[in-house]
Design a protein around this ligand. Structure first.
Ligand code: NAG
Ligand code: NAG
Ligand code: NAG
Ligand code: NAG
Length: 766
């Protein structure tokens, strides 16, 4: 049956009601047509097939088909991007093999399950999903807010040699790199490993000599970006060169060389380096100033898999709530990367609230952001011994005690006092604000810039600002005037005083409690698969000093905050683990990161910090690991409802769903989550001995409130390295709880602890 005879009406009886609400638009948009894994690398027939498929939806026009083709994916997986009308995109999803397909209209994606294949054409075999070229966001908090400071994480691991880190190649999917930064010098680095197949792509202000033994490869991707954004506004540096700063910052956190005199305007001065200073950097510039598009992200994954990176680091993600695993470029790309042994590390997002976590796939390592014990504060002297501190990176001070005015009293023109209290653009009356310290509020929304508020106050003649932010007083900002951020309680106290003197920001070491999860860090539960805990682990992401692109603010280093900065801390530690244990699987490495976390300083719960705070000194001696094979991810997908036929297209094999997992909680994950525990349930987990051959571990359980947890056996006795032992964790509800309750399971051998969080929502007692 020729597919172009296919009509929408023939499908209507099959589809849920929402389809009747859809009106097709005839305007073309760029879509990704994802066609699953590939068994033959660089198969020229694949590209031919992509063109044939496009010719069909263009009713036989080869010219239109070619004109609509944007790019093809052919290394790590297969598929293509093309400009299509909604109707053409819809046609692409139709094929006899799919029992489960996804289709997305504008920003919403729907899951469509076809049970009746008779009316569906056969011309498009292999299409797994079709989705619009969505934009992803870099995970810094207001990046324009930051001009920066310091990170001197000590990542030397006593007792181990990590000198082989020069064999580890880390791919960064980000905004590119500033190769001349001292962080990316190749001083003392041995030749590039011969297995490396990457490229140094030349472009604007970037030539072959921009790469070196440190930056071993660099590519850029712009077609997905240009399909969506105004091309009349040319992007700076059509090349791997970083015009934003974010990419240089993240790469140097993970793998920057030691820099003797790193500082931000004198603050946090000292030597600083990345987690694995001798690891190699491969740059995949995919993100431009306004964000990163799916079409380009998939191209980057496709090339990185071919080039031979060991680890991929992505400090970016989709908007929450995230779409399904196979309509999301990061989930798709990382699935295929993980199945080739590449570890993919990502940031959880900066939305702060419950359930806003993104990058939810179990094959990703998803990182939340914490503080360190270093902080940047200005003191606020209110006279009469009343002295407070507030977060700041401003090096300015009010020369003397200065009269305080609430911004709501300095409203101007059409603005209400309420609007002015947020110090919106031109909302302040300069007659009233001039010469004063203005007290502004921050609503905690993403689109509101704290830095901009200080500029509004400055424009109105204010000489200082106190910013009250109940949501987040953690992030230090390089304000345009003397200023500091305080919480509501201190804010109210300040408002009751006549004058304030604000001092220049200072570096403070030893701030307690530390670490704590930053309030902006996105939280669980996992909105897609509640049985998988996200985030996985937490690393420093607050006020981090690292390399920068001097085109922005004319600085070589900058201080940024965000889960974007936490992610490369984990990436750097992974490079060290890979240097010592090159043969460990991605899930063994992930397990080592998660089960060795620092159990101290915990405020919050596993939805905030996952397994806990990254502990670089413990990761090389985890004792036991929860290992996984790529096969297990397929069983996982079966357990959440994917049909074999769809899985075969994704994985290109004849995998059979064994129904080994009755729920996704059964995946051998280093954390255990039971989102709907009714009565009782038993989970089997298997640990692999990677410590001393002969060792015995004892179970120590801390049961969540209202749930009885027992482990059997209570002792694990190993005789060999690599030996696997399974155990059962029984959960029994004693008293149902309203929300989630938390506990832990620890396998203990002397001072060694293999810790897993237990996360349960008990819906009914047995
Ligand atoms: C490009 O190459 C030349 C020498 O071949 C060099 O002088 C120049 O600085 C290089 N870098 C850039 C960014 O153009
Ligand atoms: C307030 O703190 C500043 C800076 O730490 C200090 O110089 C000042 O003396 C303090 N004032 C009082 C009253 O404690
Ligand atoms: C600003 O405040 C002054 C003094 O209260 C007042 O006379 C003036 O009209 C105000 N201007 C605006 C634009 O609100
Ligand atoms: C799943 O079940 C099959 C058959 O019951 C078994 O052969 C296989 O080893 C199991 N796989 C796992 C990961 O438990």
């Amino acid at each position: 049956m020729p597919l172009f005879l296919f009509t929408l009406t023939s499908l209507l009886p099959l589809l849920p009601v929402f389809l009747t609400q859809i009106t097709f638009s005839f305007a073309s948009k760029t879509y990704v047509v994802y066609m699953g894994g590939t068994s033959i690398v660089d198969d020229p027939d694949q590209i031919l097939r992509h063109h044939q498929m496009l010719t069909i939806v263009h009713r036989g026009s080869v010219e239109q088909a070619q004109a609509s083709h944007v790019c093809s994916y052919k290394h790590g997986f297969t598929g293509f991007a093309a400009k299509l009308t909604q109707e053409q995109a819809f046609q692409m999803t139709s094929n006899e093999h799919s029992t489960q397909l996804f289709y997305a209209f504008s920003s919403m994606s729907y899951l469509i399950t076809y049970y009746d294949e008779r009316t569906i054409g056969t011309e498009m075999p292999g299409v797994v999903s079709v989705f619009p070229n969505a934009k992803r966001r870099l995970h810094t908090t207001h990046s324009w807010d930051f001009m920066g400071l310091a990170n001197d994480e000590q990542m030397e691991i006593p007792g181990y040699s990590t000198k082989n880190q020069h064999n580890v190649i880390i791919g960064f999917i980000d905004t590119g790199i500033w190769p001349e930064s001292p962080s990316f010098s190749d001083h003392d680095m041995p030749p590039v490993p011969s297995r490396w197949k990457g490229q140094c792509q030349v472009g604007e202000a970037f030539n072959a000599s921009s790469c070196n033994r440190k930056v071993v490869g660099a590519r850029y991707y712009v077609s997905g970006f240009e399909a969506e954004e105004d091309s009349a506004k040319p992007q700076k540096f059509r090349s791997p060169r970083d015009s934003n700063g974010h990419g240089s910052h993240t790469a140097s956190i993970a793998a920057g060389q030691y820099v003797v005199d790193m500082n931000f305007k004198g603050l946090a001065a000292g030597g600083a380096r990345g987690g694995a200073p001798m690891a190699r950097i491969a740059v995949y510039k995919t993100c431009w100033d306004s964000g990163c598009y799916d079409v380009d992200l998939l191209s980057a994954f496709d090339d990185a898999i071919k080039d031979g990176v060991d680890v991929l680091s992505l400090s970016l993600g989709p908007e929450a709530p995230q779409g399904d695993y196979f309509t999301d470029a990061i989930s798709i790309g990382s699935f295929h990367a993980a199945s080739r042994g590449i570890l993919v590390v990502s940031s959880v997002g900066n939305d702060g609230n419950q359930g806003s976590a993104t990058n939810l796939a179990p094959w990703l390592i998803t990182v939340a952001a914490s503080s360190t014990d270093r902080d940047f504060t200005s003191s606020i002297d209110l006279g009469e011994g009343a002295n407070y501190t507030g977060e700041s990176l401003s090096l300015l001070d009010t020369n003397a005690p200065t009269t305080i005015i609430p911004a709501s009293e300095a409203y101007s023109g059409y603005f209400t006092p309420y609007q002015s209290s947020y110090c919106l653009e031109s909302s302040l009356n300069s007659t009233k604000a001039s010469g004063k310290v203005v007290v502004c509020r921050h609503a905690g929304s993403f689109s509101e810039s704290k830095l901009a508020k200080s500029k509004v106050v400055k424009e109105a003649g204010g000489v200082g600002m106190i910013l009250i932010d109940e949501a987040d007083t953690d992030v230090a900002i390089p304000f345009a005037i003397p200023a500091a951020i305080v919480g509501a309680r201190i804010g109210d106290c300040i408002l009751s005083k006549p004058t304030a003197y604000i001092s220049p920001a200072k570096t403070v070491i030893g701030r307690q409690p530390a670490p704590r999860v930053a309030s902006f860090s996105s939280k669980g539960p996992n909105s897609l698969t509640p049985a998988i805990l996200k985030p996985d682990v937490t690393a420093p992401g607050l006020n981090i000093l690292a390399a920068w692109s001097p085109t922005v603010g004319n600085m070589d280093f900058n201080i940024l905050s965000g889960t974007s900065m936490a992610c490369p801390h984990v990436t750097g530690v992974i490079a060290l683990i890979k240097a010592v244990y090159p043969l460990w699987s991605p899930s063994a490495i992930k397990s080592a990161l998660m089960t060795t976390v620092d159990p101290t300083g915990r405020a919050g719960n596993p939805f905030d910090y996952g397994a806990g705070f990254l502990n670089p000194t413990g990761v090389l001696n985890p004792g036991l690991v929860y290992d996984l094979e790529p096969m297990d991810y397929k069983e996982f997908l079966c357990s959440i409802g994917y049909k074999e036929k769809s899985l075969h297209m994704i994985t290109r094999d004849n995998f059979i769903c064994n129904q080994n997992f009755s729920t996704a909680s059964d995946l051998n994950y280093p954390s255990i989550t039971l989102p709907e525990l009714g009565g009782s349930y038993s989970v089997t987990r298997t640990v692999t001995n990677v410590g001393l051959a002969r060792s015995t571990y004892r179970a120590i359980v801390s049961s969540p409130a209202g749930v009885k947890v027992t482990v059997s056996p209570k002792f694990l006795i190993f005789n060999n390295y690599g030996q696997k032992i399974s155990f059962i964790v029984n959960f029994k509800v004693i008293a149902p709880s309203k929300g989630y309750v938390f506990g832990s399971l620890e396998w203990k051998k002397g001072r060694l602890r293999v810790t897993s969080p237990l996360v349960v929502r008990a819906v009914s007692a047995s």
